[in-house]
Design a binder for this molecule. Structure first.
Ligand SMILES: Nc1ncnc2c1ncn2[C@@H]1O[C@H](COP(=O)(O)OP(=O)(O)OP(=O)(O)O)[C@@H](O)[C@H]1O
Ligand SMILES: [Mg+2]
Length: 259
């Protein structure tokens, strides 16, 4: 199963991507978490320390991976044929929550004539990565529409678009939904996050209904998430947190194809 998580900046993409990845790993799936944000922080959410995350070599800086696995000798043409095992054994970093993390890194120039190599690598990776039934890939996308516009996440099974009741985040969710639909993606779902009350849920649901967007789940606003993040401890470690429970519920929905 390949999942990508998109949405406006700060809406909770990383928390939700991390929680879903952890849920898959806990249920016995070999799971890769891809941090596709150029300001990566999925590692912290998966339980690594700041120091450990600093030591991770991003794929964009991993010359052996790029050269031996992707180069066809033609600028802009990439040749990837990975198995999840390949990635896990050779390139990922294990995390305390059982997810194998790869960090895509920032946009550097890889070869002459191509200024967007990491994006191309992610796209090719998702396209050519052979994911077996007992394996999962969860990608935490950069905020906004860039990855969607470039088709980075076109080859995922489900795109989860996170928004809260703020109209700006809902408008961006709508934009992402439109771009993803135009690129041929079919399984698109809105996740309403940081829901404080029935009014906020109603705002999200009404917006979704008016724009023909499917809402898959709501995640409540939870002070404990903020408190954990403030202390630098991943909220995912505390399964008593209501928001964390709700995110785990999304994982169940995905696994049971009920989304
Ligand atoms: N359900 C929730 N309840 C309370 N706070 C939340 C919830 N979800 C996320 N947050 C808080 O919102 C902030 C942003 O969360 P997160 O980093 O997951 O968002 P993001 O969309 O990945 O952000 P960015 O665009 O910067 O990558 C964090 O401080 C987090 O603690
Ligand atoms: Mg994030």
């Amino acid at each position: 199963m390949k999942i990508a998580v998109a949405g406006k900046g700060g809406v909770g993409k990383t928390l939700i991507a991390g929680g879903i990845a952890r849920g898959f790993a806990e249920r016995g799936l070999k799971t890769i978490g891809i941090d596709a944000d150029s300001s990566p922080n999925l590692g912290l959410t998966l339980g690594l320390t700041a120091e450990e995350t600093r030591k991770i070599v991003p794929v964009s800086d991993n010359q052996p991976l790029i050269e031996t696995k992707t180069s066809t000798g033609y600028s802009g043409v990439y040749n990837l044929n990975f198995s999840v095992d390949d990635i896990v054994k050779q390139y990922s970093v294990p995390t305390p929550l059982g997810v194998n993390l790869i960090v895509m890194g920032t946009v550097h120039t890889m070869g002459a004539g191509c200024m967007c190599a990491p994006t191309a690598v992610i796209r090719a990776l998702l396209r050519h990565l052979v994911v077996e039934v007992n394996e999962a890939v969860v990608m935490d996308l950069e905020a906004g529409v860039e990855h969607i516009g470039r088709g980075t996440s076109r080859h995922v099974d489900d795109l989860l678009i996170v928004a809260d009741s703020n109209m700006k985040s809902l408008e961006i969710a709508k934009h992402i939904h439109g771009l993803a639909t135009a690129s041929g993606m079919k399984s698109l779902h809105l996740i309403g996050n940081r829901v404080m009350n029935a009014t906020q849920q109603e705002v999200i649901q009404t917006f979704a209904d008016q724009n023909d967007i499917h809402v898959a789940a709501y995640v409540p606003w939870d002070q404990k998430v903020i408190d954990s993040d403030m202390l630098g401890v991943t909220p995912l470690k505390n399964k008593g947190i209501e928001a964390v429970k709700a995110i785990d519920g999304i994982c169940e929905l995905l696994l049971n194809k009920k989304i």
